[in-house]
Design a protein around this ligand. Structure first.
Ligand code: CMP
Length: 138
């Protein structure tokens, strides 16, 4: 079990002014920030990041949304990071997210759901490497 996960604060949460509150919550929950940057994905890069969803009906919408504005990307460290972080953010659809979770508090819809969290240790490593070189991870 790896102790790292990868997250993005998505364009909806950035636009709605929730980035500070989300980062504050993540740090208060005991995650150490290993790497962090604000950036904006091109449609091409967003499609590459979410390539696993290419055949899904919502792929076009997902790519358009994820390239619609700035995001914050970060690698986080904590014991059982992937599952611990997924518990903190709540269900993909905020309508199904538990009270107090980041998506319950800050997400708008299943598409515009405030944050991304890796779903496995393997994907956490792939997704972290998509945004950060080894030198950028401290
Ligand atoms: P994320 O955890 O970043 O990984 C894939 C994303 O696809 C997911 O969050 C949602 O934002 C998005 N997604 C999943 N299901 C739907 C859907 N039915 N409609 C639009 N977007 C979706």
């Amino acid at each position: 079990m790896s102790n790292r996960t990868f997250t993005m604060i998505k364009p909806d949460a950035m636009k709605n002014g929730h980035a500070g509150a989300i980062l504050d919550r993540i740090i208060k929950e005991g995650f150490r920030v290993v790497a962090l940057k604000m950036t904006k994905l091109s449609e091409e890069k967003a499609g590459e990041f979410y390539a696993i969803h290419r055949e899904r009906p919502f792929f076009g919408e997902l790519v358009e949304f994820m390239s619609s504005g700035p995001i914050i990307a970060a690698i986080l460290e904590k014991e059982n990071a992937v599952s611990s972080f997924r518990t903190l953010i709540g269900a993909t659809n905020p309508a199904n997210a538990d009270e107090g979770t980041i998506r319950k508090l800050f997400a708008t819809s299943v598409g515009e759901n405030a944050v991304h969290g890796s779903d496995s240790d393997e994907n956490a490593a792939i997704e972290g490497a998509f945004f950060f070189s080894g030198l950028e991870q401290i």
